[in-house]
Design a binder for this molecule. Sequence first.
Ligand code: ZN
Length: 152
Amino acid sequence: MTFEGLDELYREVILDHFKNPRHHGKIASHDVEQEGFNPLCGDSITLQLKFEGGKIKSVGHWGKGCSISQASVSILTDEILGKDIEEAQEEIQLFKDMMQGKDVKQKIEKKESGDMEALSGVQKFPVRIKCALLPWTTLEEALHTWKKIQNY
Ligand code: ZN
């Protein structure tokens, strides 16, 4: 895509995550593996999560797709590492709210990393919102699966 209309700073953050994805590749051992696919754009991602003491101890991902989907999954892995399920779900909700154009400025400003905010400009491109959301809905499914496993 062209990033016309996106703030330059945001553009740089997105391209950086796309070119140098954080936590890329499989992890040594995982508890949950979840695939996600966005047929509208052809984006596919796979997420792996390892939990310890109720927190996300390690996370890995791979796949292929547009710069928005791949940058979004990289940003996601940075955000959720070390968080428990409840905190991770709050991140998912925050990201969804941001994509829906809700006012999340205050919550985002409290965060250590501002990288998630770089994707806020995507709401101006409705066709790309699904690309940006894909990793977060995939994580949601992964957490759901993990909760089910825990209840056995
Ligand atoms: Zn895409």
